[in-house]
Design a protein around this ligand. Structure first.
Ligand code: 13P
Length: 244
């Protein structure tokens, strides 16, 4: 079983100056625990993170182009992320699926592009409230997973993020998280065989220092993807401690 991954998603927060100060503060205070830490940050902050994060804390991007290079104004390539020292990249976050119309096929293309450049994609899936209220959250999420993993190898992280729990303070229960994590694990076993046991399945949605331990104690949950509570170093230290 892999150890927990505490993946922090800053979303569109922090300037390079703020990122540097945050990383220096973390360096002074972090007592490494059992979890692996990774900061998923705006592209313009990654150089500051590379220079200032404590040893052993990884970082990555929040999105990546499906293309190698060329006339794609505004996009960031996987080779660029790799060159700045990134290890991971988030693909298919619900905010990108919703606000930028990203399809499962595009998410899979981005994940393949990440892997081709030596990055580990964190592929996000999860249902909206209406789907959950109809009781269709398991088949919906598994269909999204299948589409988003087309041609993607097992060197991947899956983040189950029910959209209704993101930024709302409405956390899924640990049992809700485990229900989907177990279903995702089953689908990964069909796809990857024995290698599925090494794939981390994260939960995301209103994770905080006081609820992370119970969620990550579930057998099929291998960490968390954290938005709001990733911005303050004190909260990150609290979550890191809770995973010891
Ligand atoms: P919150 O932790 O703010 O609910 O965000 C979750 C998320 O979207 C992480 O990617």
């Amino acid at each position: 079983m892999p150890n927990n991954l505490l993946a922090l998603n800053w979303k569109m927060n922090k300037t390079p100056t703020e990122a540097r100060a945050w990383a220096q503060d973390l360096s002074e205070k972090l007592v490494p625990g059992d979890a692996t830490l990774a900061v998923m940050a705006p592209a313009v902050t990654l150089s500051a993170l590379a220079a200032n994060l404590p040893a052993g804390v990884a970082f990555g991007g929040q999105d990546v182009s499906a293309h190698d290079s060329g006339a794609y104004t505004g996009e960031i390539s996987a080779a660029m992320l790799k060159d700045v020292g990134a290890s991971y990249v988030v693909v298919g976050h619900s905010e990108r699926r919703d606000y930028h119309g990203e399809s499962d096929a595009l998410v899979a293309a981005k994940a393949r592009q990440a892997q081709a450049n030596g990055l580990i994609p964190i592929v996000c899936v999860g249902e909206k409230l209406d789907v959950r209220e109809k009781g269709e959250h398991v088949p919906f999420t598994l269909a999204q997973l299948t589409g988003s993993l087309e041609g993607v190898s097992s060197d991947v992280v899956i983040a189950y993020e029910p959209v209704w729990a993101i930024g709302t303070g409405r956390t899924a229960t640990a049992d809700d998280a485990e229900e989907l994590a177990a279903a995702i694990r089953g689908a990964l076993e069909q796809r990857y065989g024995a290698a599925a046991a090494e794939v981390r399945v994260l939960y995301g949605g209103s994770v905080k220092p006081d609820n992370i331990a119970s969620i990550c104690a579930k057998p099929n949950v291998n960490g968390a993807l954290v938005g709001g509570a990733s911005l303050k170093v004190s909260d990150v230290l609290g979550m890191n401690d809770a995973l010891k």
